[in-house]
Design a binder for this molecule. Sequence first.
Ligand code: 2P0
Length: 354
Amino acid sequence: MTHEDASSPAASSLARPVSGANLPDGMQRAAAFAPINIALSKYWGKRDYERNLPLAPSVSVCIAELGTLTIVAPNLDLDGNVMLINDKPADQKALVRVGRVMRSVRALAGTEVRAGVRAVNTVPTAQGLASSASAFAALARAATAAYGVGLDDGALSGIARLGSGSACRSVHGGFVLWQRGERDDGSDSLAEQIATPEDWPLRAVIVHIGEGPKKTPSGEGMRLSADTSPFFSAFIDTCFRDVPECLGAIASRDFERLGEVSEANCLAMHATMLATRPGLIYWQAATVEVMHTVRRLRAVGVAAFFTIDAGPSVVVLCEAGAVDGVCTAIGGIPGVVKLTRTRVGGGAHLVPHG
Ligand code: 2P0
């Protein structure tokens, strides 16, 4: 088990340039960092699988420092996009998702020029730590800058969403609402910031728990739950009640109320997953032990609550004074491989690159 302070790694040190020369005016290589986000009221169900349009709104917080650094280099010599993720060529599934984002950016820029893309994650992939959210938010931010497309953050969130639904929530920092929207084209299914990190400087402890058997990817899991889980429509109804509850708790900085609704929504989503056929069991034994530990701490007055996405790792949100006690209590649990102390942070932003 290792402890890590998330403020130590400099994301910019991960950047290395990829090629791109003789570009048309307005195009240039650009780099962006985007954070992971963790939902307090979850997204688990789509009304459109191509555009990643949700059946219900969701609310999240961005997690400082952990995320993806992406460089986009338009290149006249390429006849298709090329991409490296953590220095390995992207697989076909990732390229399809990247292609949706890049096509949309090229259409806005009015060009057919393709790009080299290099992405480096500072979070492990596929542990339920939203690496696809940070990846596509960083891609959208870097690609629009690289192609000279100026968009406000709401419109940018719509581009990020094409790669991965939850990515729209990593464009803005702090506390974020992703609207369900009504339109078929998704133009009103955008993310908006509801409070900045400074408005409510909560802390987060990321409890990294190693993978068990291969997990079902989120998109596939959502489809299975929609088709087979007897709790699916009840969960979607729950989200329509939980989102306003989250927004009210955030507006009044009511930690206890936010914890109560967030844990309930997380458990309702996992109940829906568990009742899917075949059952989606994302938890490990350590996941359950962390949940019990957080509740025991809370019972003796520690301001902390947990939430879990589609994987075994747990995020514990807490007030500043609770961080040490949370880490001490959780650090010794077998199966917990690392704790990262971090906080609610900012959204996707351009970074200098060499
Ligand atoms: C969330 N998750 O609200 C929920 C909770 C996982 C559990 O958003 O298919 O990777 O790319 O739109 O965004 C994970 O879903 O799925 C997710 P796609 P995504 O954070």
